[in-house]
Design a protein around this ligand. Structure first.
Ligand SMILES: [Zn+2]
Length: 474
């Protein structure tokens, strides 16, 4: 049988190794992947989003044992695995021994040990406490090690020395003594989800000033905002999508006033639907945007999957924000959590609007597969100055540590693959890593350069980022 030359050339061509990307740069020298990873390990990290319970708070609570590590992601997956709400309430409202807690948790852990949230917990106990598994025989020794750790400066050692975090942005409790590196976002959602007489009265009591009119209500928001500016907030945080849609529309003052009058004239337990309250909430949202613009505050918004159970995912679709993003071109909007599962929508929005930042915090823990895919996509689509990589969105430092290792692994893999194809040079990949893990957040939140070794804490040596952290406790 004779083949035509064209057919032979076609077959030869089709058997050549396929390249996923255009080769623009020369192929890298061998060892580039470990050099990229080592470079990433030298970087100072800006951690843009945490809900950490500070050491002072922990000492007064019920959580200074293994259960600390299940806050909140681990518990969410126990509930998702079927743990009844009554048991969950029991865990949080009573002082129980570690073993009693474990007996409640164990059946649901055995149905959810597979998830990313729970693998992160296992990684932390292995590498920070030298314990291989979570089970009836390890609960007591692990809890003992956790209690001992928090007798030391464990909190700072994990965040500063192991994770090399130069700044951490907290969405939560004030942490005394951490002012040099912990900064705060502040929430004003009490105005944005307002729909009851009780809610209105609470705002008045908080500012020790009565609210008789819509103007008073606007003034109360201004006062609260300006107080937080003085306290040094670095951004506004909006979590309204846990309760209502992010579809904040234009609202005229008269419609807002009607809702206000309805609330202010109601009995103490008067409450209206989110939909009926929307004109007032939307009006106050625009007032908040006016303040953010005036003071040059970035606005960080929870988008995508909400923690907990039973939430409406569509409420948090970033597409709802397009009108707002277009209306306020001089406000920088930071869309949190890689908008899981709306990564494609987020790509399109961020490509179209230069005042949108993608922040991947928490998405590493939610789904490593999702974030790997979308990090590839965002690098190909979005100018790198508007990509921000890391925040753990965690309540315990151990989980920040594990999630950061995970994030660094994925970032290294994604960049190395692109370097291996000649899509980026090794140097370009390092520039990208530095920008997304540090420089972009430093610029956006106006964080001054800080010497990471100025805190004078004994170093925790990372022997091998994938294998072991040597601490005094393991
Ligand atoms: Zn959060």
């Amino acid at each position: 049988m004779k083949y035509s030359i064209a057919l032979v050339l076609f077959l030869l061509g089709s058997s050549a190794p396929a390249r996923a990307q255009l080769q623009i740069k020369s192929l890298p020298e061998p060892g580039f992947d470990s050099r990229i990873r080592e470079y990433i390990d030298t970087l100072s990290i800006i951690d843009t989003h945490e809900h950490l319970l500070g050491p002072e708070l922990l000492k007064d609570g019920f959580f200074l044992d293994f259960s600390l590590l299940l806050l909140q992601n681990g518990y969410d997956d126990l509930i998702s695995a079927g743990m009844p709400d009554t048991l969950y309430d029991e865990l949080f409202n009573e002082e129980l021994s570690p073993m009693t807690k474990w007996k409640i948790i164990e059946p649901w852990w055995q149905n959810s040990f597979n998830t990313s949230f729970n693998r992160i917990i296992l990684y932390g106990i292995k590498h920070l406490y030298g314990i291989d598994d979570l089970n009836a025989s390890t609960i007591v020794p692990l809890s003992e090690k956790i209690r001992n750790a928090y007798e030391t400066n464990w909190f700072d050692r994990i965040l500063r020395d192991s994770c090399h975090i130069s700044y951490l942005i907290s969405d939560g409790n004030f942490m005394p003594g951490k002012e040099s590196y912990v900064k705060y976002v502040k929430r004003f959602d009490d105005w944005l989800i307002l729909r009851s007489k009780y809610g209105l009265d609470s705002l008045a009591i908080r500012q020790l000033d009565p609210i008789y009119s819509l103007d008073d209500l606007e003034e109360s928001l201004t006062t609260a905002f300006e107080k937080e500016i003085k306290n040094g907030m670095v951004a506004v945080k909006i979590f309204a999508s846990y309760y209502r849609s992010l579809n904040f529309e234009k609202a005229d003052k008269e419609s807002a006033r009607k809702v206000f009058r309805n609330l202010v004239n109601g009995d103490i337990d008067h409450r209206i639907s989110m939909n009926d309250a929307k004109p007032l909430q939307d009006y106050l949202f625009h007032h908040l945007m006016g303040l953010s613009r005036k003071y040059g505050m970035p606005v960080a918004i929870h988008t995508g999957l909400q923690a907990g159970k039973g939430k409406l995912i569509d409420n948090s679709n970033p597409e709802h924000l397009t009108g707002i993003i277009a209306q306020y071109p001089d406000i920088n909007f930071v869309l949190y959590h890689g908008s899981f599962p709306y990564g494609g929508e987020l790509s399109a929005i961020a490509k179209n609007y230069r005042n949108v930042y993608i922040d991947m915090n928490w998405a590493w823990a939610v789904s490593p597969t999702y974030i790997r895919h979308h990090l590839n996509e965002w690098l190909e689509m979005i100018p790198v100055n508007r990509l921000i990589a890391f925040g753990g969105d965690a309540m315990a430092v151990e989980n920040v540590y594990s999630e950061l290792v995970l994030a660094k692994n994925i970032i290294s893999d994604v960049l190395s693959e692109k370097v291996s194809e000649g899509y980026y040079t090794e140097d370009e990949s390092k520039t990208i890593a530095r920008m997304i893990l540090h420089d972009n957040a430093a610029r956006l939140y106006k964080l001054k350069k800080l010497c990471t070794n100025s805190h004078n804490i004994p170093r925790v040596v990372i022997k091998d980022h994938n294998k072991q952290v040597t601490s005094h406790l393991t």
